[in-house]
Design a protein around this ligand. Structure first.
Ligand code: SF4
Ligand code: SF4
Length: 70
Protein backbone atom coordinates (compact mmCIF):
# COMPACT_ATOMS: atom_id res chain seq x y z
CA UNK A 1 0.00 0.00 0.00
CA UNK A 2 1.28 3.48 -0.76
CA UNK A 3 2.78 5.44 2.08
CA UNK A 4 2.13 9.15 2.13
CA UNK A 5 4.19 11.55 4.23
CA UNK A 6 2.72 12.33 7.61
CA UNK A 7 1.92 15.87 8.59
CA UNK A 8 4.62 16.29 11.21
CA UNK A 9 3.89 18.70 14.04
CA UNK A 10 6.55 19.66 16.54
CA UNK A 11 5.65 21.20 19.89
CA UNK A 12 8.68 23.39 20.52
CA UNK A 13 7.71 23.94 24.15
CA UNK A 14 7.79 20.24 24.96
CA UNK A 15 10.86 19.36 22.90
CA UNK A 16 14.04 19.19 24.99
CA UNK A 17 16.38 18.60 22.07
CA UNK A 18 17.38 15.04 22.95
CA UNK A 19 17.82 14.12 19.28
CA UNK A 20 16.04 10.77 19.49
CA UNK A 21 13.65 11.61 16.67
CA UNK A 22 16.58 12.63 14.47
CA UNK A 23 18.42 9.39 15.24
CA UNK A 24 15.44 7.08 14.75
CA UNK A 25 13.86 8.50 11.61
CA UNK A 26 14.69 5.96 8.88
CA UNK A 27 13.99 8.50 6.14
CA UNK A 28 16.29 11.18 7.59
CA UNK A 29 13.52 13.75 7.58
CA UNK A 30 15.09 15.74 10.42
CA UNK A 31 18.26 17.70 10.79
CA UNK A 32 19.45 19.08 14.12
CA UNK A 33 19.58 22.69 15.11
CA UNK A 34 22.38 23.99 17.32
CA UNK A 35 20.21 23.36 20.40
CA UNK A 36 19.54 19.77 19.30
CA UNK A 37 15.93 20.35 18.40
CA UNK A 38 14.85 18.93 15.08
CA UNK A 39 14.25 20.81 11.88
CA UNK A 40 11.75 19.13 9.60
CA UNK A 41 14.15 19.38 6.69
CA UNK A 42 12.76 16.88 4.22
CA UNK A 43 9.08 16.26 4.96
CA UNK A 44 8.48 14.73 1.53
CA UNK A 45 10.78 11.82 2.45
CA UNK A 46 8.60 10.83 5.41
CA UNK A 47 7.14 7.33 5.13
CA UNK A 48 4.68 7.81 7.99
CA UNK A 49 6.37 5.01 9.94
CA UNK A 50 5.37 6.60 13.25
CA UNK A 51 8.75 6.14 14.95
CA UNK A 52 9.38 9.79 15.75
CA UNK A 53 6.03 10.15 17.47
CA UNK A 54 6.49 6.82 19.24
CA UNK A 55 10.06 7.40 20.41
CA UNK A 56 9.86 11.02 21.53
CA UNK A 57 10.02 10.85 25.33
CA UNK A 58 8.27 14.20 25.68
CA UNK A 59 5.37 13.66 23.26
CA UNK A 60 6.59 16.71 21.34
CA UNK A 61 5.88 15.21 17.93
CA UNK A 62 2.44 14.42 16.65
CA UNK A 63 1.67 13.01 13.25
CA UNK A 64 -1.37 14.15 11.39
CA UNK A 65 -2.74 13.27 8.00
CA UNK A 66 -3.41 9.64 7.25
CA UNK A 67 -3.23 7.09 10.01
CA UNK A 68 -0.25 4.72 10.03
CA UNK A 69 -0.55 1.99 7.47
CA UNK A 70 -3.62 3.44 5.79
S1 SF4 B 1 6.95 9.19 10.69
FE1 SF4 B 1 8.87 7.99 10.39
S2 SF4 B 1 9.68 8.69 8.39
FE2 SF4 B 1 8.18 10.24 9.09
S3 SF4 B 1 9.40 11.77 10.19
FE3 SF4 B 1 8.64 10.29 11.73
S4 SF4 B 1 10.30 8.76 11.93
FE4 SF4 B 1 10.66 9.92 10.03
S1 SF4 C 1 12.64 13.09 20.37
FE1 SF4 C 1 11.14 14.67 21.07
S2 SF4 C 1 12.19 15.80 22.70
FE2 SF4 C 1 13.76 14.64 21.56
S3 SF4 C 1 14.53 16.12 20.01
FE3 SF4 C 1 12.87 14.90 19.05
S4 SF4 C 1 10.99 16.14 19.35
FE4 SF4 C 1 12.55 16.91 20.78
Amino acid sequence: MPKVPAEIKLNEKWCKGCGICIAFCPAKVFTARADGKPVIADPAACTNCGLCELRCPDFAISLGGKAHGE
